[in-house]
Design a protein around this ligand. Structure first.
Ligand code: 13P
Ligand code: SF4
Length: 357
């Protein structure tokens, strides 16, 4: 019988090693006592992950101690979807939000997919229903539907392809039709229209103060969904930061308004923003996206100076903690279910997204 003393000594050593690794990266960002607590949680998570033959996928917005300890893979929505599609593990624990975990489930109907918090939603995914998409299809018969990955499974089931911010323009261009329905992110749609040189209308449900679009010359049909985080960044924010730091390089996620994207130096997915900071030397960077990502970049690129604009946070991504990830593995919660009929209709749209780059 294994000596219980030796086993607990092994666990303590593993947790000390994790603490030291975290400290090397995060000593300037996270207080030491918190790193010690989080290292203990991470050690238990990694142990259980192995026991349950699970893979942990962590989105770039996860808080620094989680991001730099437990995930087997970290990245943007497209990369993590590929990793979910490729995994041979029995279980997927998604440290991200619900639509990401649902995507993993659609791609792996026979595996267990866990999301550590039931509160990890997304304002974009909540902005459109499957019935809304059916109504658009009735109004524009035969027009293909591209839905952003930030949608729920039943919306994906009504779509011809999904896309992420990494490949939105490529997916739209892959349809050789005159017109494409693109839902639900209004700003991403406007940014894609600009990038592809297409005209866009928003025919239904105008927001208060916005009149119905009666333009008859259009190639994209959009929807009025918004990311509650990225819609808050303004050109005024960029101007104020540039005034204080004239040499700052500004990076904006394409869920920001076209005006903000236009005023920025670079726009791309979360992974593309990280790559830009790593590849392009600049005196300092301002990231217009969830603030935790700046910390995650700074942790492994201490020579890069990040200007933090942290008043705006994603309340959904922030639900995912190390403590809840441990509970998820201990209690097998929260299990993501997608009805078989919806999964079968949604998987094709996700596969088309994965093939298009
Ligand atoms: P990425 O695909 O760029 O990681 O974006 C996901 C997201 O939800 C951004 O708000
Ligand atoms: Fe959704 Fe915006 Fe949060 Fe991304 S940042 S998960 S789009 S609410």
């Amino acid at each position: 019988m294994p000596d219980p003393f030796c086993i607990s000594a092994r666990y303590i050593n593993a947790s000390i090693m994790i603490y030291q690794q975290l400290k090397a990266k995060l000593h300037n960002l996270v207080p030491d006592f918190e790193l010690r607590i989080k290292a203990k949680l991470a050690e238990q998570i990694i142990r259980l992950k192995k026991k349950k033959n699970a893979v942990i996928l962590g989105h770039n917005y996860m808080e620094p101690a989680l991001f730099h300890s437990v995930p087997d893979f970290t990245g943007d929505s497209l990369f993590l979807s590929h990793k979910a599609a490729e995994t041979d593990k029995d279980m997927i624990v998604f440290c991200g939000v619900r639509f990401m975990a649902e995507t993993a489930k659609i791609l792996n109907p026979n595996k267990t997919v866990l999301l550590p918090s039931q509160k990890a939603g997304c304002s974009l995914a909540a902005s459109i229903t499957a019935e809304d998409v059916r109504e658009l299809k009735r109004r524009y018969p035969g027009v293909p539907v591209v839905s952003y990955i930030n949608t729920y499974a039943d919306v994906k089931a009504e779509s011809d392809s999904c896309c992420t911010s990494s490949n939105a323009a490529a997916v739209v261009n892959s349809f050789k039709t005159d017109t494409v329905i693109f839902v639900p992110d209004e700003y991403l749609a406007r940014n894609v229209a600009k990038e592809t040189g297409k005209t866009i209308i928003f025919p239904t449900l105008p927001r208060p103060g916005i009149a119905e679009d009666k333009n008859l010359d259009y190639q994209l049909i959009g929807w009025h969904g918004r990311c509650e985080v990225h819609e808050q960044f303004t050109v005024g924010d960029i101007e104020a930061v540039r005034k204080q730091f004239p040499d700052v390089v500004v990076l904006a996620h394409p869920e920001c308004s076209p005006e903000v994207v236009e005023a920025a130096d670079f726009s791309g997915s979360t992974a593309a923003m990280i790559k830009y900071v790593e590849d392009v030397a600049a005196p300092r960077y301002l990231l217009l996206t969830e603030c935790a990502m700046g910390d995650n970049i700074a942790a492994v690129n201490p020579h890069r100076e990040m200007v933090r604009l942290c008043g705006v946070r994603c309340p959904h991504m922030n639900q995912i903690t190390l403590a809840d990830t441990l509970k998820a593995l201990q209690l097998d919660q929260y299990v993501i279910e997608v009805p078989r009929e919806i999964q079968q209709r949604a998987v094709g749209a996700l596969e088309r997204m994965l093939w298009t780059s």
